[in-house]
Design a protein around this ligand. Structure first.
Ligand SMILES: [Zn+2]
Length: 235
C-alpha cells in the first residue's frame, strides 16, 4: 500500500521515498506526493531524483491495480531504478496547483448549479462539469456572478474522513451520479468548502476559495439529453 501524502496535505511538493516495485506497469514507492489520475483530475507529472542527482522523469501517475496503490509512469528513455533505493519524489507544482484551483472551482460550480452532476474533467487550462438540467436554466452571467462571489468571500476548504455508515445515512452528500466515492475501506473522504459545498472527493484542492482566481464560463453546450456541459476557464 502506498502512503498517499497528498490526501492530508495537497501542498506537499516533494517527499523522500523508497522504491518498492519497478516493472513494465510502472514504479511504486512506499509513499508519494504524486496524485494518480482519477475523479476527473489528471495524474501528476514530475521527477524521481536519485541520490546521485540523476532523474527519472514521470510522465503520468495512475491508480493500479487497486485504489490503494499508486504507479508512477516513467518516460521511455529514463534510467532504471532499483528496488530498495531512495529517491526524492518531486511533482510539477505549477501544473498541479492549476489542477487544484480548477478542481476547487468545480466544487463552487457544483454549488452554483442546483442539478445532478453527470460527469467532469479537469485540465491545466480549463475544466468542465456536465449537469442533468434543462439548458434554459444555465445562465452564463448568473453562474459567473455566483461563483466569483464565492471566490471573493474566501471560504476555507478542508477535508475530513467519515465512516461508510454515516455516508449511507446521508445519501444527499453524494452529488455526482457518475463518480461514486471510493468505498470499501470503511471510511470516505469528504471535502468541505465551508458553508458552500460538502461532498465525497479524493482529489486535491486549494485551502481557500480566494486562491482560485477570476472565474469565467467559456461555453455552455448540450452533450445530449442528460448532459449539459459547462466549460470554465480561470485567469
Ligand atoms: Zn474535489
Amino acid at each position: 500500500m502506498t502512503a498517499q501524502l497528498f490526501r492530508d496535505d495537497a501542498y506537499l511538493r516533494s517527499c523522500d521515498a523508497r522504491v518498492v516495485h519497478v516493472g513494465p506497469d510502472g514504479i511504486r514507492l512506499d509513499r508519494t506526493v504524486f496524485y494518480p489520475n482519477g475523479g476527473g483530475q489528471p495524474g501528476d507529472t514530475g521527477v524521481l531524483r536519485r541520490e546521485d542527482g540523476s532523474v527519472v522523469t514521470i510522465v503520468n501517475t495512475v491508480k493500479a491495480p487497486v485504489e490503494s496503490e499508486v504507479l508512477h509512469l516513467a518516460a521511455p528513455d529514463a534510467p532504471e531504478l532499483a528496488v530498495g533505493e531512495m529517491v526524492s519524489a518531486e511533482i510539477d507544482w505549477a501544473r498541479r496547483h492549476r489542477h487544484m484551483r480548477y478542481h476547487t472551482a468545480l466544487h463552487l460550480l457544483c454549488a452554483a448549479v442546483p442539478a445532478p452532476v453527470t460527469g467532469g474533467q479537469i485540465s491545466e487550462d480549463k475544466a468542465r462539469l456536465d449537469f442533468d438540467i434543462d439548458m434554459a436554466l444555465l445562465d452564463k452571467d448568473a453562474i459567473e456572478a455566483k461563483v466569483n462571489a464565492l471566490i471573493d468571500a474566501g471560504h476555507p476548504v478542508s477535508t475530513r474522513w467519515v465512516e461508510d455508515a454515516e455516508l449511507d445515512a446521508n445519501p444527499g452528500l453524494i452529488r455526482t451520479m457518475s463518480v461514486a466515492p471510493p468505498r470499501g475501506q470503511g471510511v470516505v473522504r469528504l471535502v468541505d468548502v465551508d458553508g458552500v459545498d460538502l461532498q465525497p472527493c479524493g482529489g486535491t484542492h486549494v485551502r481557500n476559495t480566494a486562491e482560485i482566481g477570476r472565474f469565467s464560463v467559456q461555453k455552455i453546450r448540450s452533450e445530449g439529453w442528460q448532459n449539459k456541459r459547462v466549460i470554465i476557464v480561470l485567469e
